[in-house]
Design a protein around this ligand. Sequence first.
Ligand code: ADP
Length: 485
Amino acid sequence: MSFDPALIKNANFIDGTWISANSGETLGVTNPATWEPIGEVPNCGRDETKKAISAAHKALKPWKKLTAEARSEHMHKLCDAIMEQIADLAALLTTEMGKPLAEAKGEIALGVKYIRFYAEEGKRVYGDTIPSPWADRRILVTKEPVGVAGAITPWNFPNSMIARKLGAALAAGCTIVIKPSEFTPYSALAFGVMAEKAGLPGGVINILTGNAAEIGAEMCENPDLRKITFTGSTRVGKLLAAQAGQHMKKISMELGGNAPFIVFDDADLDKAVAGAIASKFRNSGQTCVCANRIYVQAGVYEAFAEKLKAAMDADLIPGNGLETGITQGPLINEAALEKVDSHVKDALEKGGSLKAGGSRVGSAGTFFAPTLIANATPDMRVAQEETFGPLAALFKFETEDEIVALANNTEYGLACYFYTSDLGRSFRMMEQLEYGLVGVNEGVITTEVAPFGGVKDSGIGNEGSKYGLDDYLNIKYSCIGGLGL
Ligand code: ADP
């Protein structure tokens, strides 16, 4: 094993102790690069979720009572513990998820930045005093933690999707129950190991694995949990939002995308190519902000296609992410690979022309060759659905009006990107694109200091920045009378 074996926790972290499922049942976890088993985590359900929520609820009062500074100190200690073992944690993440080691390290470092940012931002949860319409009363507005938060997270960023929820929740004064993806539970459970090392009070962070539908339903129904924060598919997000709505719980939803990546004739083509490589192929195309539809204006279409192919040949090296020089890890599982394969086949049947890749690589592991298809058209599945894999499809367009309509013609609204050297056009595009995140001449824009969130079917709420904290706070208005003024 290329990491500290103590990080493999085949147990769940509830109330500061490690437990098994009541049934004793487990779920197997495998390495997507080698298909070797890694371990077995508890298959928990309703009862264990009740227990975790009750532990978080018990821990809420003392945690909320701490000063923001005291909570901040705990959070920085948690970050120190993570940074001390970042090499081990990155190797663990790569082993269960597949991404190249350098990306895994980058992800964990970014997760720490989110937690540290919120450790400080928690000290700035300001309220208001509002000029009173009554001479003898005063108006005070304060912000309070919503209560216990339930977090359900995906496999594509097994660390940072948790870190950014946990950071905001803990800073706001909430405690948390986390259910990670069944494909990447160990990076989540490692937060328990780190919390123990950092001496966090028991019950502040609880992590459980198992039956997603049961755990999600209990989170939505249990009155002691007041907030659901979810990152994952639009399908599951809508299901959870509907369930949470029955109990009027606050929700944050970071869901799917179908990002357009637009290159105008006046763009710096080399920068656009570098941006396309980073946006399309990071994490082997498995991010919700990955470019999904690459639109290139007619005047530079051929030149861009050639340059992109050359960059793909030079930069994209598939293989086991633990090995040096690898930039493209495996897809998370067979179903993910089949989806990419079906998008490729569909595009080729509908007139697309294959310029690179096009099929699976190797006989073990779920590797798919970085693929480039030109002459893509709106009737193809890749135009309509999120591929979530290493397929770059190039569409040709002529005018600005046409591209705005094409880019917005989707139920999604998470990330979009465009490249141009015209300032006026930049503003026209920024203002017309119906997306929560806009990259202007940039292909990777995530940072803890900026808000991250989608519109339309891509979700509700924001993570990161000062805005992300609001999702874990309630506003309270107190009217103070009887002052004898
Ligand atoms: P992906 O397609 O990226 O795996 P999912 O939305 O299926 O996205 O998974 C994201 C997270 O949602 C995972 O932790 C998964 O276990 C969880 N999940 C899946 N189905 C449900 C459900 N019915 N209720 C609650 N959580 C669910």
